[in-house]
Design a binder for this molecule. Structure first.
Ligand SMILES: N[C@@H](CCC(=O)N[C@@H](CS)C(=O)NCC(=O)O)C(=O)O
Length: 281
């Protein structure tokens, strides 16, 4: 497995880096960022995956979430992948919520998307193998978080891989893509409008209902001034399923916060502490 260093910069005693590699799973070049805490100079450290939302690249969270100070203190490696395959040879769409920048963390099965849009397998298998071969990362201790579309990615990847991730959290997640316009559009194009049986495999509410509660506390923050709250995010759907199946969830409704990285930066410390606890006990 080979990779290229795009840049590395000192940050809170550790290193904030940007990297590029050829993804066999996605069939294109991909970029991602990794924060290595100072502890990684001495031993393998746990990994926190941060999945971003629509229109984002690996850069948004890296420069705007403000996780480096706390990740340094707690000894967490934070990896931010891109949100989709990219490039001139990769299918795209003019809309911001489809195609490049909108991979929805699933493995597409429809033409023309299925050749490249395999972000589920990329995040679950290919990128972790690369990261643990490149850095002092402890593959046995991984957790996952994300924002909006990335919150959907974090919840679904966790719920389907409960032995791989020790904990999960999310900021303003899409909790039920089968129930909201962003999700219905993406699932009908990536998986096929007639394949609704496959849609539930990428719906956190449906997965929880189908597979039952996980043995962890799920932390979710949701801003009450988020313009997408009522039509797209609907955290009450997740809350209802959690109550039904006995899933331990902490859903915090935050007054005055919108969908932006100002919201994420305000609560990122709590999320890093949530994951650190699960990764070190
Ligand atoms: N209509 C909006 C929707 C996209 C959006 O709000 N994206 C969120 C994730 S769902 C985001 O993180 N944007 C980038 C940023 O704030 O840095 C736009 O095109 O900017």
């Amino acid at each position: 497995m080979t990779f290229e260093i795009i840049s590395e910069a000192g940050s809170f005693g550790g290193i904030q880096g940007y990297y590029k590699h050829r993804s066999a799973v996605l069939g294109c070049d991909m970029r991602f960022s990794v924060y290595q805490p100072p502890a990684a100079q001495h031993h393998d450290v746990p990994i926190l995956w941060y999945l971003s939302g629509l229109t984002c690249t690996e850069d948004n969270a890296t420069v705007k979430a403000g996780f480096q100070r706390m990740a340094s203190e707690l000894g967490l490696m934070v990896v931010c992948p891109d949100t989709s395959p990219r490039g001139d040879d990769v299918p795209n769409d003019d809309a911001y919520d489809m195609g490049q920048g909108a991979g929805f963390y699933l493995d597409a099965t429809s033409i023309p998307w299925k050749k490249n849009f395999r972000m589920y397998s990329y995040i679950r298998d290919e990128l972790p193998a690369l990261v643990s071969s490149m850095f002092a990362a402890d593959e046995t201790r991984q957790s996952i978080t994300g924002h909006s579309m990335g919150g959907h990615g974090a919840l679904t990847l966790f719920l389907k891989n409960r032995n791989k991730f020790k904990s999960v959290s999310a900021f303003a997640p899409i909790v039920s893509p089968t129930s909201c316009p962003w999700g219905q559009k993406a699932l009908s194009k990536y998986l096929g409008a007639g394949n609704k049986d496959e849609w539930v495999d990428y719906d956190a509410c449906a997965l929880l209902e189908r597979d039952g509660a996980a043995n962890v506390n799920i932390l979710i923050d949701q801003g009450l001034a988020d313009p997408f709250l009522q039509d797209q995010l609907m955290p009450e759907l997740f809350e209802d399923v959690c109550a039904k199946v006995g899933q331990d969830v902490t859903l915090r409704r935050q007054e005055g916060y919108d969908h932006s990285y100002f919201f994420i930066a305000s609560f990122i410390e709590d999320h890093l502490r949530h994951h650190h606890k699960a990764l070190t006990t």
